[in-house]
Ligand binder design. Structure first.
Ligand SMILES: NC(=O)c1ccc[n+]([C@@H]2O[C@H](COP(=O)([O-])OP(=O)(O)OC[C@H]3O[C@@H](n4cnc5c(N)ncnc54)[C@H](OP(=O)(O)O)[C@@H]3O)[C@@H](O)[C@H]2O)c1
Length: 264
């Protein structure tokens, strides 16, 4: 270790609870936390998926086996507050909470909207973060080095036809983090808005199928790439490490909001 090292040590020993950590962006954040010397505690709705992800992390980082743990917590549970207290009591106080959990998307045409379905569409992505904040803030170590980071979506900047409900909930996160940054100060609260990223969210696809999807997506971006989870994860690692960033929306979107589709 370099004597003057001050950047790569910012997460050393930090405890990070990741909702949605069993796959995709959340799992990539867990990898980053471990590489920076922190402790990753991952959670999702299914214990088998959590166990698989924990094993994957332990085999990837054999020298950091004690830095990985995980437990299931279904964010759709009718007793969510109790489940969250159990989760935090089991794993103890944390320095950061990362929220990347997301269930399947609800994309009906306007005439097919119903109030119940609209509310259901927000349960994991909008209502659960509020309850996670209520409970999780009781287990967050005090001070400006601690943080909560939620997930929105780049489409808040350029809505697509048929995505109104999803866009509304993702946009609400922008106001929420500003308000919570005030309510929870000096702890910090931010949101990351990703664009299309190659994760399990795209379903059970082969590499070849993902490549084909990626080629189409890349035409809508400035960088010409279909993002990798390990790049998007940088945004969450940043919000944890920069003790100045709070009430902020961080975009990681391949330039999609600025791009117009390239010629076929
Ligand atoms: N990938 C993209 O292209 C993209 C683009 C823009 C925004 N986003 C947003 O970024 C976030 C992360 O996406 P991702 O690509 O990493 O998706 P992902 O790989 O599908 O991961 C979603 C995570 O959420 C968990 N989850 C789902 N339902 C849950 C529930 N009821 N309770 C607890 N955990 C639950 C899943 O685990 P279990 O199934 O085990 O519960 C999984 O760990 C999502 O909010 C997504 O909408 C993604």
């Amino acid at each position: 270790m370099l004597a003057q090292e001050k950047y790569v040590s910012k997460l050393r020993g930090h405890r990070v609870l990741i909702f949605g950590g069993s796959s995709g962006v959340g799992l990539a954040v867990a990898e980053g936390v471990i590489e920076f010397g922190g402790h990753a505690i991952i959670s999702s709705s299914q214990q088998s998926r959590v166990d698989q992800a924990v094993e994957r992390l332990k085999s990837r980082y054999p020298n950091a086996k004690s830095s990985v743990a995980g437990s299931a917590c279904n964010l759709l549970s009718p007793n969510l507050e109790n489940s969250l207290h159990e989760l935090f009591k089991k794993h103890g106080k944390v320095d950061h909470i990362i929220f990347t959990a997301g269930d399947s998307l609800y994309l009906p045409s306007i005439q097919d909207w119903s109030l119940d379905a609209i509310i259901d569409a927000g349960r994991v992505r909008f209502f659960a973060p509020l309850i996670v904040t209520k409970v999780g803030s009781q287990y967050l170590n005090p001070g400006p080095r601690s943080s909560i980071t939620f997930t929105g979506a780049a489409l808040t900047q350029k809505p697509r036809p048929g995505w109104a409900v999803t866009t509304a909930y993702a946009s609400a996160m922008h106001g929420l983090v500003k308000a919570l940054a005030i309510d929870l100060k000096p702890a910090r609260v931010n949101v990351v808005d990703p664009f299309a990223t190659r994760t399990e969210m795209w379903g059970d696809k082969t590499e070849a199928e993902l490549e084909e999807i990626g080629k189409d997506i890349a035409k809508d971006t400035l960088t010409g790439i279909f993002a990798y989870a390990e790049d998007v994860a940088e945004a969450y690692l940043y919000t944890m490490k920069d003790a100045n960033v709070t009430g902020t929306v961080i975009g990681t979107n391949s330039g999609w909001p600025l791009a117009s589709r390239s010629a076929e």
